[in-house]
Design a protein around this ligand. Structure first.
Ligand SMILES: Nc1ncnc2c1ncn2[C@@H]1O[C@H](COP(=O)(O)OP(=O)(O)O)[C@@H](O)[C@H]1O
Ligand SMILES: [Mg+2]
Length: 244
């Protein structure tokens, strides 16, 4: 099984607004990939096309040589687990929030592992607390904590590829970057697509894809792009002050 992903001649528009024009793109399986670009570059649209939320008006997206949108729901869930910037805070228990993709029978050991990966091991004893303000045996989470829950939920699903579309946008860049470094290592992730407009995350990737106005302007390692790609260098330099 390869699971390599190919966008072939993909065109997509919102109404009359063209986002991608005959895009060809290869996303290698077995690598940690960062998709970077300014706000509005088309990153989330690319992810939604990949996950079959939207269908290209032209061209196709193949995984393992097959059209993802034609696979069964079960197979699709085995291939991708995703977390997005916009998510819903379910007024359920923490356990229910975490096991939404895998079912309530998830092993305690697995829950422990993902909570530890997200730096939330202290909540292991409160898995059956209800999320929200309900009184005893309930607890409220901050935005940052919720964002970790959403990533933990996707980690727990153990799909072939983890797709994260800026679920940590409200964290400060340094906490975010430390968080990713930790869970990537603890979970031994080697097939991820991390979408971000924050360049620090690109350093952890094997392959970085720079997206500008719906076009792939560069693909390579962080160092290669920094050397060879003016757009990438500009994005990086604009943000480097955050990390000093
Ligand atoms: N549902 C939509 N309808 C119309 N335009 C949209 C919609 N979603 C996104 N866009 C527009 O498409 C462009 C790309 O958006 P998006 O893929 O969200 O970029 P990114 O994730 O890189 O910030 C932006 O100009 C955005 O305003
Ligand atoms: Mg986006």
């Amino acid at each position: 099984m390869h699971r390599d992903i190919y966008f072939e001649n993909v065109s997509f528009s919102y109404g009359t607004k063209a986002i991608f024009k005959q895009l060809d793109l290869h996303l290698p399986f077995g690598k940690n990939i960062a998709l970077v670009g300014e706000n509005g570059a088309g990153k989330s649209t690319l992810v939604k096309l990949l996950l079959g939320v939207y269908t290209p008006q032209e061209g196709r997206i193949l995984i393992d040589g097959r059209d993802f949108s034609k696979m069964s729901g079960e197979e699709r869930r085995r291939i991708f687990a995703a977390a997005f910037q916009d998510f819903y805070r379910y007024p359920l228990t923490l356990r229910e929030n975490l096991t939404m993709y895998v079912g309530a029978g998830a092993a305690e050991k697995e829950l422990q592992r993902v909570l530890a990966a997200m730096g939330m091991e202290q909540y292991m004893s409160r898995l059956d607390f209800k999320m929200g303000k309900y009184g005893e045996d309930s607890m409220e989470f901050s935005d940052g904590q919720w964002q970790k829950v959403v990533i933990a939920r996707a980690l727990l699903a153990k799909a072939d590829m983890l797709v994260l579309d800026e679920p940590t946008a409200s964290m400060d860049p340094i906490s975010e970057s430390n968080l990713y470094e930790n869970f990537m290592k603890i979970m031994k992730l080697n097939s991820t697509l991390i979408v971000t407009h924050r360049m620090a995350l690109a350093k952890y990737a094997d392959v970085v894809i720079a997206l500008q106005n719906g076009e792939v302007t560069g693909m390579g390692t962080h160092e290669e792009l920094l050397r060879e790609n003016a757009y990438y260098r500009k994005l990086y330099n604009e943000q480097s002050a955050w990390y000093k």
